[in-house]
Design a binder for this molecule. Sequence first.
Ligand code: URA
Length: 246
Amino acid sequence: MAKTVEQTNLIRLNKYLADHGIASRRKADEMIDEGLVQVNGRTVYELGVKIDPDKDKVKVKGKLVMAKPQLVYFVFNKPKNVVTSTADPQGRPVVLDYFKKVKKRIFPVGRLDWDTEGLLLMTNDGDFANEIAHPSSKVPKTYHAKLDGIPNDEKLQKLTKGVSIVGGKVKALKVKKLSSRGSDKKAWIEITITEGKNRQVKKMFEKIGFSVVKLKRVSIGSLKLAGLKPGDYRPMTQKDLENLFK
Ligand code: URA
């Protein structure tokens, strides 16, 4: 492990793990904290530690981290009743089950609830995952929500003005009724948010007195589900990647 500041080739251990497709930087910090990471045979617990990628040997859960993998990116239509995780201690279906043919250590970017379906990105690029999930990225995410009733315009406007939920104040970038869909007792609403707080859409509608009975994410930035059936995925194109933050 590097000790001197004169060396120039040093990078943070969490970045090294993210660059090698092990996990996002935040998740890598958790792994370090849990004592799963060894550098040159010693378990490392310090989060800020730097290593020399050319000299130091890094192991995760006893397995040597190998050369940088090819980075891959997928657009996935997550079905409902699937956990947004790579493994589940309770043995429930997880998103990774749908990627058996992909022989890379991919993971989901952010998360959708168990009962939410729709667009989820999967990758082995930890930096990309960080960038999208970071609150400062403000990538708009659009959802279609079916409610247990019909809110009037005044109530919907509250969402664009801002509401306080557990986790802070949030506001929708856009809200509109999708009047042509479903029964007349339960409204379908399109809502676009830029924050990514836990269960944010459900909590926002709860705040104006409605429960979400179905939730589907239909876009992230300029990327749309566009015909992908639940359980299907496709690789992201170079254009998708370039346009995502536009
Ligand atoms: N908001 C929610 O409430 N649930 C999701 O799965 C995503 C956003």
